[in-house]
Design a binder for this molecule. Structure first.
Ligand code: NDP
Ligand code: HSE
Length: 434
């Protein structure tokens, strides 16, 4: 059978990795796909660098429109990043009737609804395994493997940079700044790592997972996003003492009144598998009503792991392109006309347990006043301990049972106004994942 022709937009870390995987495993991939998959054209900025990588057999251009409008191309793989030219070229590829594979979570989190609707109209596929958790086939699992289930919740370590930083802070006792510098030196973090450390990259990925889990439109603007840049070394140590580890988790949960969608540093019991995912690795736990909890673990970034997912999508599209569009796996796991309008809950309605830390002037009645405020807010204390700080002060750490975030916000505001409280209250969420 005639080879399938791929146009690559981008030949950087992931695009270059995709080229390498397609070249190194060409025979094995052809045996799986039923025909050869060949790169026919690529768009890059630096033509010389690209020529050096791919040799003479690939047409190179600086204009992605040349690739997406090339009649010879069957599948366009968008591996550029960002949501400017990437959006224009992906939409044009779809309008040209081409299937699209992309690793671009930022693009899909912001413009996914538009892109999926256009793809549905034109009867083409948009596959995005590489956009979430790099080499882990989590999209395939959610779209196909777990299809019998009503998904109840999922929680994931879906940003390798932040997980590496948190591991370094815990294991080597580094400050946030020192650990970040290490991540940059080792090439995990971007030169501008803001999207990673502020939780935005994880929220892009979580937004896509929530759509696949619950059959809802992509709603990045409704996600709660809190990163790790304000996390103090002492909170990691206190958490350890209490039997928890702090991870940047993306969490989405089905509740009777709506869906929770949130990314934030989270205390997890040390014995949970997720708590033991270290370094730049990713892991996602998905809980279905029939299957229970399932765990997916692997490399969440890097040239070859991410390319492994891109190529898996290329094979999927190759196998399915001749199928009637109505009989393909729906892009967002649910039929497009069956998407639900279940609301995303505001953060004040989220339910969690809480870790609270504050510094107080150590005097009679402090604990009584704090306990009264928490009790009045309906917040039950699970455990607490106190550590002296200097001669006259103490740090107090509370763990609460489950409470509504709105009630905790109110209690924190009241605590903050007490005359003996000498620091802002640090609040972290605790998830038992059981
Ligand atoms: P890189 O910066 O390494 O590569 C980007 C590529 O796109 C380069 O080849 C670059 O060309 C090309 N490019 C950028 N802008 C243009 C333009 N205007 N016109 C033509 N070509 C352009 O990015 P990555 O490979 O790291 O990331 C690509 C995508 O994959 C992103 O969406 C990212 O979020 C996602 N991703 C990345 C992972 C990773 O581990 N790196 C993991 C999972 C997803 P040139 O080389 O000439 O500069
Ligand atoms: N910056 C991302 C991470 C790359 O650190 O996980 C993979 O999406």
């Amino acid at each position: 059978m005639k080879p399938i022709k791929v146009g690559l937009l981008g030949l950087g870390v992931v695009g270059g990795g995709t080229w390498k995987v397609l070249t190194a495993n060409a025979e094995e991939i052809a045996r799986r796909a039923g025909r050869r998959i060949e790169v026919a054209a690529a768009a890059v900025r630096d033509l010389d660098k690209a020529r050096h990588l791919v040799g003479e057999g690939v047409r190179l251009t600086r204009d992605g429109m040349d690739v997406v409008r090339d009649p010879e191309i069957d599948i366009v793989a968008e591996l550029i990043g960002g949501d400017t030219v990437a959006r224009d070229w992906v939409l044009e590829a779809i309008r040209q009737g081409k299937h699209v594979v992309t690793a671009n979570k930022a693009l899909l989190a912001k413009h996914g609804n538009e892109i999926f609707a256009e793809a549905h109209r034109r009867g083409v596929m948009v596959a995005f395994e590489a956009a979430v958790a790099g080499g882990i086939p989590i999209i395939k699992a959610m779209r196909e493997g777990l299809t019998a289930n009503r998904i109840q919740w999922l929680a994931g370590i879906i940003n390798g940079t932040t997980n590496f930083i948190l591991s370094e802070m815990r294991v080597r006792g580094l400050s946030f700044g020192e650990a970040l510098a290490d991540a940059q030196r080792l090439g995990y973090a971007e030169a501008d790592p803001t999207f990673d450390i502020e939780g935005v990259d994880a929220a892009h990925k979580l937004t896509l997972l929530a759509s696949l889990a619950f059959g809802i439109p992509v709603q990045f603007d409704k996600a709660y996003v809190e990163g790790i840049s304000a996390l103090a070394q002492e909170d990691i140590a206190h958490a350890e003492r209490l039997g928890y580890r702090i991870k940047l988790l993306g969490i989405t949960k089905r509740r009777p009144d709506g869906i929770e969608l949130r990314v934030h540093p989270t205390l997890i019991p040390t014995e949970r598998l997720l708590a033991n995912v270290e370094g730049a690795m990713n892991a996602v736990v998905v809980c279905g009503d029939m299957v229970g909890a399932t765990l997916y673990y692997g490399q969440g970034a890097g040239a070859l792991p991410t390319a492994s997912s891109v190529v898996a999508d290329l094979v999927d599209v190759t196998r399915l392109q001749a199928a009637d569009p109505e009989h393909r796996v729906p892009l967002l796991a649910f039929q497009p006309d069956a998407l639900a309008d279940t609301p995303i809950l505001p953060m004040s309605e989220v339910e969690s347990s809480y870790y609270l830390r504050l510094r107080v002037h150590d005097q009679p009645g402090v604990l009584a006043d704090l306990a009264r405020i928490l009790a009045d807010g309906g917040i039950s204390i699970d455990s607490m301990f106190q550590e002296p700080h200097g001669e006259h002060d103490a740090d107090i750490i509370f763990l609460s049972h489950r409470a509504r975030e709105g009630a905790v916000d109110k209690a924190i505001a009241q605590v903050q106004s007490l005359p003996f409280v000498k620091s802002p209250v640090t609040r972290l969420r605790v998830e038992h994942l059981s």
